[in-house]
Design a protein around this ligand. Structure first.
Ligand SMILES: [Zn+2]
Length: 240
């Protein structure tokens, strides 16, 4: 007989400071974060960090996948405010002249990239797996990896945050087959984020004047798949 166990009582509620929520942290010197080993990195040579429980869960998931012939590597993990500002401003400078307004420019970048201060990557709970090219997951190896994740990631606590918008009327970013969130941590952090962070906190980068008009917290930060707002049953009730 299979014995089932509910892991819910193992939770510890951690309170995160406002700077953490906004990504204003230094992963290298912050002992809540651990560095990703080359074994699990799809970007060997680039230092990448995650909150420790996120990393442990990923390692378990990647090892399980490997036994079934599926390779899962991290291509992006924790990205702090400064890193996100670099990504955002590079895109801003490349696009601004092509659009009539700041809002239109921001909306174009927001198809796939977050404004600094609003990214789930800040938290060390979210990571990108194997590729950030949508085409990669449509056939062959990438398709097989995505199918494995869709079937198994829930057992390890992971959820595909940005699913097909047409399915649920989700708002915000386009679908991202590569972006997975460790819900046992990110559900609580998301709650703290929406309680503590105001649109006026989203500032300090080119185009930040558009944050309030575009209502980026409600439309983008909260625009996640419904199934990523509660813990997966496969994770809560695991075979013992
Ligand atoms: Zn991502």
């Amino acid at each position: 007989m299979t014995q089932m166990t509910c892991v819910a009582q193992q939770y510890v509620i951690t309170i995160y400071e406002k700077n953490f929520l906004l990504g204003k942290i230094n992963y290298e010197s912050d002992n809540r974060f651990v560095k990703i080993s080359d074994v699990y990195s799809g970007k060997v040579g680039t230092a990448m960090y995650l909150l420790e429980p996120t990393y442990e869960a990923f390692v378990n998931m990647s090892n399980a996948a490997k036994k079934e012939g599926v390779s899962l590597k991290i291509v992006s993990a924790g990205r702090n405010f400064q890193m996100q500002k670099g990504i955002w401003e590079r895109k801003w400078n490349a696009r601004r002249a092509n659009f009539k307004s700041d809002e239109e420019t921001a909306l174009d970048i927001l198809k796939f990239s977050s404004m600094p201060g609003t990214s789930r990557h800040h938290w060390g709970t979210d990571l990108d797996i194997n590729s950030v090219d949508p085409v990669y997951f449509q056939s062959g190896k990438g398709k097989k990896e995505l199918e494995w994740l869709e079937l198994n990631a829930g057992k390890f606590g992971f959820c595909k945050t940005y699913n097909d918008k047409a399915l649920q009327g989700r708002t915000g970013y386009s679908e991202e087959d590569w972006h997975w969130s460790f819900l046992p941590l990110s559900i609580g952090i998301m709650k703290q984020y929406t309680d503590a962070i105001e649109l006026t906190d989203i500032t300090g980068f080119l185009g930040s004047n558009t944050a309030t008009k575009l209502n980026v917290i409600e439309v983008y930060v909260e625009g996640i798949a419904t199934e990523c707002t509660t813990l997966p049953l496969d994770y809560l009730f695991q075979d013992k």
